[in-house]
Design a protein around this ligand. Structure first.
Ligand code: 8YV
Length: 329
């Protein structure tokens, strides 16, 4: 029997590629070129599987042009780069990497929120510029995190892990808004109160965005929502670019409509809205919330586990659309 052929679309840990080679004929990408859509289609010819990241878009055109493709394994929990309806229609299994990154990503979200509230990046730039010549009573005064009102928009696994940190570690009053409300016992365990989106915006001292990106969540935070927040509030986005209207956010930050923002994700990243780069009251990081070494290894391993199981007759551990594929058409 011929071995399945897979494409590893971006550079990943060599041991993960080596493990895939035990099962498959593997084309990898050690020089980490980001393939254009046409190159990706060309490289996927004759391949049954692909290990992808957020930079590869798997849509109807690609699936139509790659009829042998059976499994796409995303090395990410978010999968807005996949058209799941098109995968279902093509009978292609899509998988992601939930759970393994939850705590690491929550750590980073909390850290980014704290850095934003306490003006760490701004004050560090000041120090590096050699401008620190004396202490002053109001130098880089920010807002407290402990005891403050933490608002979480999107209450999946990562949102819940952030709620725990806020409620249990920092004595915060945690409110959340989500498409569906959590069971009462989960709310009690997290110490989190369900509120409307309008209430969340109005109450939060620190608002964290942890919801998936979709047409529904596009610009969930725009000028109108920013106008409902407290002028002293901070906004932290570790979810996806496009959930926040970056131009509206830059305008709100410039006008002092909100105090500060922490952003790990951007509309059109790796490009960053030029106005954000010029503002002092924003902490900018390059989409690294899941980037602890151990977690990135675990994500790559889980993506490989999914490919290996799905292409060798096993059951993929973390499928996105397995149920849809089993449904009779
Ligand atoms: C990834 C992420 O690093 O898991 C996600 O959804 O955003 C990050 O952990 C990124 O998507 C690359 O695949």
């Amino acid at each position: 029997m011929t071995r399945p052929r897979v494409l590893v679309a971006r550079a990943v840990f060599p041991e993960v590629v080596a493990r895939l080679r035990e099962h498959f004929d593997v084309e990898d990408n050690p020089s980490d070129i980001i393939y254009t859509p046409a190159e990706l289609i060309a490289r996927l010819q004759g391949k049954q599987g692909a290990l992808t990241t957020g930079s590869e878009r798997i849509g109807a055109d690609l699936l139509a042009a790659c009829p042998e493709l059976r499994v796409v394994a995303n090395m990410a929990v978010g999968y807005n780069n996949f058209d799941i309806a098109a995968c279902n229609a093509a009978g292609v299994l899509a998988t992601n990497t939930p759970d393994v990154l939850t705590e690491t990503t929550a750590d980073f979200g909390f850290a980014l929120m704290m850095a934003t509230a306490r003006r760490m990046a701004e004050s560090e730039r000041f120090l590096r510029r050699g401008e620190w010549t004396r202490w002053a009573y109001d130098m880089f005064t920010g807002s407290d995190v402990h005891g403050a009102a933490l608002g979480i928009l999107g209450m999946g696994r990562i949102g819940q892990a952030i709620a725990r940190r806020g409620a249990l570690g920092f004595g915060m009053q945690v409110s959340y808004h989500n498409r569906s409300r959590l069971p009462a016992e989960t709310e009690a365990e997290l110490g989190a109160r369900y509120v409307s989106k309008a209430e969340l915006l109005a109450q939060a001292d620190h608002l964290l965005l942890v919801l998936p990106y979709s047409a529904d969540s596009h610009h969930a935070i725009g000028a109108a929502e920013l106008a409902q927040m407290k002028p002293t509030a901070t906004l932290t986005n570790i979810a996806r670019g496009g959930i926040v209207d970056d131009a509206a956010l830059a305008a709100a930050l410039r006008a002092g409509r909100i105090a500060a923002a922490g952003l790990d994700v951007f509309e059109g990243e790796p490009a960053v809205h030029p106005d954000l780069l010029t503002l002092p009251n924003v902490v900018l990081t390059p989409h690294i919330a899941s980037a602890s070494l151990a977690t990135r290894r675990a994500m790559a391993k889980l993506a490989a586990d999914n490919l290996i199981a799905a292409l060798t007759g096993g059951v993929a551990p973390t499928p996105i659309n397995a149920a849809a594929l089993l449904r009779p058409s």
